[in-house]
Design a protein around this ligand. Sequence first.
Ligand code: PLP
Ligand code: COI
Length: 368
Amino acid sequence: MQPSPSRLVITPSATALNDGARAERMSKLSFGRAFTDHMAVIAYRDGAWQQGEIKAYGPLMLDPSCSSLHYGQAIFEGFKAFAQPDGGVATFRPEANAARFNRSAARLAMPALPPDLFLEAADALIDLERKWVPQQIGESLYMRPLMIATDPFLGVRPASEYLFVLFGSPAGAYFPKGVKPVTVWISEDFVRAAPGGTGEAKCAGNYAASLVAQAQAEQKGCDQVVWLDAVERQYVEEMGGMNLFFVYQQGGRTTIVTPELTGTLLPGITRDSLLQIARDLGYAAEERRLSVAQWRADIASGAMTEVFACGTAAVITPVGHVKANGFELTINHGENGSVTMALREALLGIQHGSVADTHGWMHTVAGK
Ligand code: PLP
Ligand code: COI
């Protein structure tokens, strides 16, 4: 369907940064600290999405009684726009984010946003903010869509009014130390998601509930928390904002393994892409349960040679050390592994347009 331009009115920001100020803001990129000049907002009321607007990035006005502030009717997504060799800009699998956004919305009793409107808003905003798309490999314009309940009412029931917001943030490495192995803490005191809960939705509450476990991980000298299943408390699920992969090398064969989707972990789009890229590179790829005991045994036997985490923001990050109550593991001598780095290079190559996009994952942002 051809996007209808009238669905989003553009009101240019009166305070957009000039070239020099923007270059300064983009000179030392980390993750999530700089924001572009504009944002897209689309309100939902009377059972329908209203005329949207792209306007100056800035604070939102919310009624203090709205249920997103009290009961957490709030979801979000994350995807990236990359500078391409031909001077254009392309986003990585944004339709997959649009689909997951609507699955999260359904789980939180929120209205679906038509995927073509999600994509239209993203393309229109990115097109307007082209100068904010960084040029270096590993850098991107990280796009953050979100939806919150906005109607003024204190009762606990699905709201009838919502706001969709989309903004961009030029991004460098997620971890301040760059592509260096992280140390992870296996959480036994806290769980992230139980069967029937919201683990596979990208809802705000999942992240609020993770913070105390993340703080505990940091107290233990770790960068990130690893979550276990809530029932048996022995199967590895995922990390704070990333999925996990385990690399096996046996008899000349390389296999990557990631925990299967049980409903309690986020079905990562990077995870899904890497299962495919691994097969393209000639590796075997499996989705199955992996217990902590098996993890320890496979490291001890030498069968498991690398572990890495992956996600939109973090791309691929090697895991070098694992800590838990009662034991510690070192993986691949605490160094970046060759399979991890080959997958990272292949993924970034597709995203930056230097490797053929054989699966049709890149979405070119059309110019006006
Ligand atoms: N798991 C969690 C809890 C996340 O927040 C994310 C990030 O979005 C991921 C996994 C990775 O998902 P994706 O690759 O779609 O970014
Ligand atoms: C992402 O990778 O897009 C995420 O949402 C992870 C994290 C920043 C919450």
